[in-house]
Write a protein that binds this ligand. Structure first.
Ligand code: GBH
Length: 466
């Protein structure tokens, strides 16, 4: 019945907002239209063996042409806000110089369409699609990219700043630095030590310089999106607790310490040894990086289990920055999504409470991504009955409500993702959407989870006014 259904909905404080999130390369397509230049993902996807089934984002969900239909889906969902990302190579095809007006025009139209539907646009400036021309000059390994990023931010806020009220500089710099330059599972596919550590630093400097540019243009709310990880020791042994400390440095402290504690990561010598000589740092960088923020975006999906292992590569000349005597595994005593990720909602509560305890100066949080990849077959009745995703979302929203109850300040929640899309190295094999995309016809089909989320939002709005 309706009442037993609504009693299963978590409750949130008045003013709490709900949204859905996407990213440019994962949904837009139109890769050679509107003057767009190539990004590192266009290059990476074309290298054999990098992406499952040789998939690319050339067409993706064709959102570049279908954005009106997608905004209508958001409107019917009843969300307060939509988080999208701006593709840097649409704005600056070679990563520097004056703006490509056609590129800005696309986001201009999208923003107007959102506002007409009563939805607040929330723009991420960098969700991993670096102009290839900048990678050719060294990418995030070099400081010049951080400076170019701030110039690009200024161009975007100049055009959209009168209508976009919420800005995010970087999405998950962990992935840009360590998955891109050390693990090699994301573009540009490098496997380095110092290069990856320098990239981490230059991403932070780029963030800080972009914050300055956004503030100078009068941007309302400015933040960054991190994916802090909840790290569980495989055992209570001293060795495994040491592994947790090193993984904590790699995943979390490398970002959170300079952003919110005015220092470089505490345990970097233990974690990286001689790789961590900090030669890429300049005086004054910590002030740039530590510019005050209005919110911290958090992407949360699952906890990681870590255990102590020997170094894979004893030679510091070739060792990568993720070779820190840690093996990462998944808990196996719970359900796993099709990503193989364990479903553990209570660690979401723990992550948020521990984070705000450890960093008392952290600004209010916004959950900028949370969701699950499921099998999502179309049933005989033509619908997608994604009960596992509904369970995932309900349980994680309850875990979020529990964190708020415990005193953590959280302003909003965006589900990942509005629709199935290009899941990076996994191509189109993994479906995270609350709307199904048929990749032959590009038709959109709302799943059961879309209707559940819509009803949950509607329930929240009724509570707010009663
Ligand atoms: C987010 O990353 C992204 O922001 C979003 O674009 C993505 O679609 C979504 O999650 C779902 O994955 O293969 O060992 O190198 C989530 C966290 C951490 C997931 C790094 C991919 C790669 C590990 N990401 N991980 S590895």
């Amino acid at each position: 019945s309706a009442s037993s259904e609504s009693s299963s909905f978590p409750t949130f404080p008045p003013g709490f907002y709900f949204g859905a999130a996407t990213a440019s390369y994962q949904i837009e397509g139109g890769h050679d239209e509107g003057g767009r230049g190539p990004s590192i993902w266009d290059t990476y996807c074309r290298e054999p063996g990098r992406v499952a089934n040789g998939a690319t984002g050339d067409v993706a969900c064709d959102h570049y042409h279908r954005y009106r239909e997608d905004v209508a889906l958001l409107r019917d969902l009843g969300v307060d806000s939509y988080r999208f990302s701006v593709a840097w190579p649409r704005i600056q095809p070679t990563g520097s110089g004056k703006a490509n007006e056609e590129g800005l025009d696309f986001y201009d139209r999208l923003v107007d369409e959102l506002l007409a539907a009563g939805i607040a646009p929330a723009a991420t400036l960098y969700h991993w699609d670096l102009p290839q021309a900048l990678e050719d000059l060294g990418g995030w390994r070099v400081r010049g990219t951080a400076e170019r990023f701030a110039e690009y931010a200024a161009l975007v806020v100049d055009r959209l700043g009168d209508r976009v009220t919420r800005w995010m500089t970087l999405n998950e710099p962990f992935c840009s630095a360590f998955v891109g330059y050390a693990i090699g599972r994301h573009a540009p596919g490098a496997r380095e030590g110092r290069g990856a550590l320098a990239a981490a630093h230059h991403l932070l400097v780029g963030h800080g310089l972009a914050v300055r540019a956004l503030r100078a243009a009068g941007a309302d709310e400015v933040g960054i999106v991190l994916n802090p990880d909840l790290l569980l020791p495989a055992s209570g042994s001293e060795a495994d607790l040491g592994a947790v400390r090193r993984a904590e440095t790699l995943h979390n402290a490398v970002w959170l310490d300079p952003l919110f504690a005015g220092r470089y990561p505490e345990h970097e010598a233990e974690t990286w040894g001689e790789l961590a000589d900090g030669s890429w740092r300049l005086d004054g960088d910590l002030e740039i990086i530590g510019a005050p923020l209005d919110f911290l975006g958090i992407n949360y999906y699952r906890p990681i289990t870590v255990r102590d292992v020997p170094l894979r590569d004893p030679d510091p000349a070739t060792r990568t920055a993720v070779d820190i005597r840690v093996e990462e595994t998944w808990r196996d005593d719970v359900r796993h999504t099709t990503m193989g990720w364990p479903v553990v909602p209570e660690t979401f509560t723990r992550l948020l409470t521990e984070l705000t305890e450890r960093y008392p100066t952290v600004p209010p949080l916004v959950i900028t991504e949370n969701g699950s990849a499921e099998a999502d077959e179309v049933a005989a009745d033509g619908q997608v009955h994604d009960a596992d995703r509904v369970d995932y979302l309900r349980d994680h929203l309850h875990a979020l409500a529990a964190a708020i109850e415990a005193g953590v300040e959280v302003q909003g929640y965006y589900v990942w993702s509005l629709m199935d899309n290009f899941e990076w190295a996994f191509g189109y094999d993994k479906r995270f959407g609350i709307v199904r995309v048929d990749y032959d016809t590009l038709e959109r089909l709302p799943k059961d989870s879309y209707r559940w989320y819509r009803d949950m939002i509607a329930n929240h709005k009724t509570q707010e006014i009663s």
